[in-house]
Design a protein around this ligand. Structure first.
Ligand SMILES: Nc1ncnc2c1ncn2[C@@H]1O[C@H](COP(=O)(O)OP(=O)(O)OP(=O)(O)O)[C@@H](O)[C@H]1O
Length: 361
């Protein structure tokens, strides 16, 4: 078995019975022990992919191989996969201990009671719910219920763990705490995990890598930092980053990039960063707000409309050719609403996208 391809998804497809193609030839692999996030907007196909791996849905094409073995003809209960749902799915009439022990009291994984209890307590310790053993789920907070469902998924020592938006029912502060706990836990247990989320910040903070979906197609499969710094296309550039990336309509002609009220000679760009030849035509020039610097001379002359404080930085908002844009600056720099300023673009950090989203620079 190749540890780099512990999970191998090959040309996976799913067309629902109504003819809707939710997954279009998706291929990716996951390294043993990694925590990989499936990220994307609502409806992009994350849950469909997870459910095919779990065996809750049948693919209409392709294959899913885990630890060198295809899962396609293996019944869901025999796949040895742990699944943590968004809504916890705990048994309300059972105590926490009974819930966590449950998978070891039925079917082929049935274990003697004292052994089941010992294993349950081991995972309850890891998920910090030992003191809740005799409580019923109805008496627990959302975060505690989620810990119970994670402990219950882990007791069978599954070969992989699937988590579908496990934090979405928690408040913002608890989400931050539990996501750290989940990352520490899966690393401690060493279990290969697929984690579905629509929250880019969550994915960037916990994923060893991120697979970004849109319309049933993988847009980029990379480390978080690479999605941020080297987006494959316009969708990735727009989806990743907070505040969002600035986009300017430009035309390339006569070796100049011409926007509304600014011009950049193509010769000033870094020739090693072109992915293909820059033909004349329409493009979007994109730049992250932190790569616009206040300067005495710069490509953009703007009036600041609004200023927003976020942590140690400030977001300056301005309107360029009818579109609201942003620059991110340090707190120390003096700027007020209504000020006329100039921004210099870091030309090593701009992107040029064709109208179909393909990245050229
Ligand atoms: N049983 C079904 N029949 C037809 N279409 C479906 C069915 N289930 C899901 N879909 C469609 O397939 C697409 C992908 O759905 P999926 O649930 O995988 O998205 P998702 O990325 O997990 O989104 P969310 O975050 O909203 O759950 C959506 O457009 C959805 O409407």
């Amino acid at each position: 078995m190749n540890e780099d391809k512990f999970i191998q998804v090959n040309n996976l497809e799913k067309t629902y019975e109504n003819g809707y193609q939710a997954i279009k030839s998706v291929t990716f692999s996951v390294k043993k022990g990694d925590l990989v996030c499936l990220l994307g907007p609502s409806g992009c196909g994350k849950t469909t992919t997870l459910n095919m791996i779990a065996g809750l849905l049948n693919p209409t094409g392709g294959d899913i191989i885990v630890n060198g073995k295809s899962l396609l003809n293996v019944a869901p209960k025999d796949r040895n996969i742990g699944y943590v749902f968004q809504n916890y799915a705990l048994y309300p009439h059972m105590t926490v201990l009974q819930n966590v022990m449950f998978p070891m009291t039925v079917g082929k994984n049935k274990k003697p009671k004292d052994e089941a209890e010992r294993i349950a307590k081991k995972f309850m310790k890891l998920t910090h719910i030992e003191e809740l053993a005799d409580q019923k789920p109805g008496n627990l907070s959302g975060g505690q219920q989620q810990r119970v469902s994670i402990a219950r998924a882990l007791v069978q020592e599954p070969q992989i763990l699937l988590m579908d938006e496990p934090l979405s029912n928690l408040d913002a502060r608890l989400r931050l705490k539990i996501r750290e706990e989940i990352r520490n836990l899966v690393k401690e247990v060493g279990i290969t995990t697929l984690f579905v989320t629509h929250d880019q910040e969550e994915a960037l903070s916990i994923g060893d890598k991120i697979i970004l979906f849109h319309n049933g197609v993988i847009q980029q499969d990379d480390k978080g930092q690479d999605l941020y710094l080297e987006p494959n296309n316009q969708f990735v550039a727009n989806f990743i980053g907070n505040p969002v990336i600035d986009n300017f309509d430009v035309k390339v002609a006569n070796d100049q990039i011409v926007g509304s009220d600014f011009e950049i000679p193509v010769a000033k760009l870094n020739s090693s960063k072109f992915r293909s030849k820059l033909a004349d035509g329409d493009y979007t020039l994109s730049i992250r707000p932190e790569n616009l610097k206040l300067a005495d001379e710069g490509e953009l002359s703007e009036v600041i409309d609004d200023i927003e404080l976020i942590g140690r930085e400030r977001v300056l908002k301005f309107n360029h050719a009818g579109i609201s844009q942003r620059a991110l600056i340090d707190l120390e720099q003096e700027v007020k609403r209504g000020d006329k300023v100039k921004f210099k673009m870091n030309l090593d950090r701009i992107y040029l996208f064709k109208p179909d989203g393909e990245r050229i620079y």
